[in-house]
Design a protein around this ligand. Structure first.
Ligand code: PMP
Length: 387
């Protein structure tokens, strides 16, 4: 596939036929490598140089509650949310974390009470992000405890609900599911970005989490941020991170600031008809993938996919369709264990069981490289031919 026609796999997907190998396709994680090409094209726009004498102190801005937040990073977070329109930033404290993973734990710590008679219940509606149960329970904390599916939760008293919107694994927009008022909510909006879902209004919650991992694809930078309304909660989250890692890598924050700046710049330049924004690029890539995926799934009767309603996206100024980062695939017919079935066809996925759902479902990452994605399409198509 070195010939000219094959240099753009989406235009000439057949070129990959010659390349197909027999190895297993690992799509059980969510490593966002698909955006690498965009960042390569950006060249030196996001390159930073950090001399040896810089960023040596633990401290960043001691006048702020989150004293390890690098000011440039805070500025670019605010700017990006304003450019995209996906979150209210006024009246919020920003707490930076080593990925949103650390912030989930910081939030659980901050929202629970050391004086409570028993650990506070942590719930999320199934299918929920598969890491939540182990995150809540792996240290057997006396403060909080995983209590399963939010829709089945009926214990009296306070609880913490993780609301993931759009949801990982199934991509649907979500609201709190427990029908009670004593809930403390953590909104995990890792995927509330225009390439995945229409941006219908700025999110406006008490505690909201975002991450560069899924917004720009820089998972390896390990940077996430929380927008927190309540000062005491922001203080406690900061304390957790202080106890845990005494702050968050300044090098990563400076690099993240540069990347977020490049994203906001690309959006503003696009408005002036100069180039393609990161979100337009990533939206088009996701749209191509979902189109090819739907075509291959609908060509047979082995599998089914979730159906989404289009909605107006304020960022793009037009109606767009959700195109989630993951495929929540259901095996039809008499296949009861979809994960094992696909493993037999050398497609490694994550079983619905891990998300508190049926083994008839699996989650497949759509964020991998073009090469891996094309092989996924080829293998799904081959299953239809064989079965
Ligand atoms: N929340 C959700 C819903 C996720 O899907 C992920 C990553 N898979 C995370 C949190 C954690 O992201 P990170 O720690 O890389 O910021």
């Amino acid at each position: 596939w070195q010939s000219k026609d094959c240099s753009r796999p989406f235009i000439a997907p057949r070129c990959f036929r010659f390349q197909i190998s027999d190895h297993a396709l690992h799509l059980h994680g969510g490593d966002p490598t698909m955006y690498e090409r965009f960042w390569r094209q950006m060249g030196d726009k996001t390159t930073i140089t950090i001399p040896g004498w810089q960023s040596m102190s633990y401290l960043s801005d001691t006048s702020k509650i989150c004293w390890f937040l690098e000011p440039e990073f805070g500025t670019e977070v605010v700017r990006l949310h304003k450019v995209v329109g996906n979150a209210v930033v006024e009246g919020r404290y920003i707490v930076v974390g080593t990925g949103s993973s650390q912030l989930i734990l910081a939030a659980l710590y901050a929202l629970s009470s050391p004086d409570a008679a028993e650990p506070i219940s942590v719930v999320s509606a199934a299918p929920y992000y598969s890491s939540y149960p182990s995150m809540a329970d792996y240290q057997k904390s006396g403060l909080y405890q995983w209590a399963g599916d939010a829709e089945k939760f009926n214990k009296e008293g306070p609880y913490i609900e993780l609301v993931t919107s759009p949801n990982n694994p199934d991509g649907y927009r979500r609201q709190s599911m427990v029908n009670r008022s004593q809930g403390l909510l953590i909104h995990d909006l890792a995927y509330y970005w225009p390439q995945y879902t229409p941006i219908s209004s700025p999110s406006d919650h008490d505690l909201t989490l975002f991450t560069v991992s899924k917004s720009t694809g820089h998972a390896g930078m390990r940077i996430g941020w929380a927008l927190v309304k309540d000062k005491e909660v922001a203080k406690k989250m900061t304390k957790f991170i202080e106890l845990n890692t005494i702050g968050v890598s300044k090098d990563s924050q400076l690099r993240a600031a540069k990347v977020l700046k490049a994203v906001s710049d690309s959006c503003e330049e696009e408005k002036q008809k100069d180039g393609e924004s990161f979100f337009k690029y990533s939206y088009n890539l996701m749209a191509q993938r979902w189109k090819q995926l739907r075509e291959v799934v609908e060509a047979g009767d082995m599998f089914s996919l979730p159906q989404f309603s289009p909605a107006f996206c304020n960022f793009f100024g037009k109606v767009t369709e959700p195109q989630p980062a993951f495929v929540w695939l259901k095996c039809e017919k008499d296949v009861e264990d979809c994960e094992t079935f696909l493993r037999g066809h050398k497609i490694i996925t994550r079983s619905g069981i891990q998300f508190g759902a049926s083994p008839k479902y699996v989650r497949i990452s759509l964020l991998d490289t073009d090469e891996t994605f094309i092989q996924l399409i080829e293998r799904l198509s081959a299953i239809h031919e064989r079965e």
